[in-house]
Write a protein that binds this ligand. Structure first.
Ligand code: SF4
Length: 444
């Protein structure tokens, strides 16, 4: 079938889509009311400034449905070539997945399994240390709904939701009136621990500025204070925060009826990485001796949490998983894409809804540009530009239905605004998987 035969809504009729979902950030707000005129979203009620930009800047691309070496080809030819590339490789890698549906993520993992490759997601360059920490110490978790209804103490650590997740405060964590917090913001104590006084600090009751690269020491000191251990006042030299302030913070945490720590990449990607995150998760766990306490990461991409969940319930590990031996092996640093590429190990890549050519290290980008690649992206990204086989795909949430996981691991259904002439990631990946299986079975 050619692109001309694919269905597309050509009417200029005005349509209202209620309860649509914004997939721009991990808040995954599912209360959007979209006004759609033909193939354009003209109003996005309830969306924040980032959500509005996501919806209003969406337009149907004028790109070929599929290309090989930059030349337009029929879809089936591109599928054939993609299957050949992935089957011929001895160390194929699959990467991306944080901006597509969980249905597509499942198929990508299946392909990787059939070809004995390595599956990795953008988590490996953002909250990978959190994934490792969860494996190490576990997670005392809760939903954003519980935070809204119960959390009278909210501690943000190394994150800036005021700018990165603009509706987090109003929808979930700070302002809303909840079942047990009838006065909303007035019933909550809000604290920020961060190296920079960001916009988030302005919305807090307390801001504790810690010295860069001292997150682990701070979390460990808080654990000690909570446990009644005598902490050396020199902790101020290390963290920049006086001991009496830390003691006061621990008292407030213990007095809370329901406390939560929400942490970002300021914690996970600074010195210590997963050890920092383990310390904060352990702190939240310790606090349950005194009250109810949870810890949750603030996630960036719309379905990065889905990627973690789907990879984890398919393989047992959240990212950086090698399937070459017929069973999963998890080893960040060895099986994470930026490292595999930088060492020149991978010999083919399947990249889905991600743009590593824009943000990986020079050695990794150099190697990626030398090996055959299959790229699925709604836009002509830098990675799509160097692809051996490129598919233009429909945008999840705006054009395709499916499921995404909110940052609190709650699955949310998508209600698309209008159809796209392009196929979904799931459809493209299923076609590639089918062809790979046909070829593998024929070779038996
Ligand atoms: S907070 Fe995030 S998910 Fe919600 S509307 Fe804004 S960008 Fe979209």
């Amino acid at each position: 079938m050619s692109i001309a035969e694919l269905p597309v809504d050509k009417t200029d009729e005005l349509k209202i889509v209620k309860d649509a979902t914004c997939t721009f950030c991990g808040c995954v707000c599912d209360d959007m009311e979209l006004t759609v005129e033909g193939n354009k979203i003209t109003k996005a009620k309830n969306a924040c400034v980032l959500g509005k930009s996501w919806f209003f800047n969406h337009h149907i691309e004028d790109s070929p449905e599929a290309t090989i070496a930059g030349q337009p080809v029929p879809f089936e030819e591109a599928v054939e070539k993609a299957a050949d590339i992935l089957l011929a490789a001895t160390y194929p890698i699959t990467y991306g997945l944080s901006d597509t549906t969980s249905e597509a993520q499942r198929v990508a993992i299946a392909i990787t399994d059939w070809i004995g490759g390595t599956i990795d997601t953008t988590t490996s360059v953002c909250h990978g240390p959190s994934g490792m920490a969860f494996q190490g110490v576990g997670e005392v978790t809760c939903s954003l709904g519980e935070i809204k209804n119960r959390a009278d103490f909210v501690l943000f650590w190394g994150c800036n939701p005021a700018e990165g997740h603009p509706r987090h405060f109003t929808r979930y964590s700070l302002m809303p009136k909840g079942q047990f917090l009838p006065n909303g913001r007035k019933d909550r104590t809000a604290v920020l621990i961060d190296v920079r006084k960001t916009k988030t600090a302005r919305a807090m009751d307390y801001y504790l500025q810690l010295k860069p690269r001292s997150d682990f020491e701070l979390a460990w000191a808080l654990r000690g204070i909570a446990a009644g251990v005598e902490v050396d006042p020199d902790i101020e030299q290390i963290t920049g925060i006086p001991l009496d302030m830390l003691e006061d913070l621990v008292s407030k945490m213990k007095e809370a009826k329901f406390g939560v720590i929400m942490f970002g990449m300021g914690l996970t990607m600074t010195r210590g990485k997963h050890i920092n995150t383990e310390a904060v998760l352990a702190l939240a766990r310790d606090m349950n001796k005194y009250t109810r306490f949870a810890a949750k990461p603030l996630r960036g991409h719309g379905n990065v949490t889905g990627a973690d969940n789907i990879v984890a319930w398919s393989t047992g590990y959240p990212f950086g998983v090698n399937l070459n031996r017929g069973y999963p092996r998890f080893n960040p640093g060895e099986f994470t894409t930026s490292d595999t590429l930088a060492r020149g190990e991978a010999d083919a890549a399947l990249i889905i809804a991600s743009d590593p050519m824009s943000n990986f290290s020079n050695p990794a980008r150099e190697h990626l540009s030398k090996i055959p690649t299959v790229v699925l992206d709604p836009k002509l990204s830098e990675t799509a530009k160097i692809a051996t086989v490129a598919f233009t795909s429909a945008t999840y949430g705006i054009n395709t239905p499916g499921t995404v996981y909110r940052m609190d691991d709650v699955p949310i259904p998508l209600r698309p605004a209008f159809e796209s002439p392009y196929r979904s990631d799931q459809t493209i990946l299923t076609a590639i998987e089918t062809r790979i299986r046909e070829k593998q079975l024929a070779a038996l």
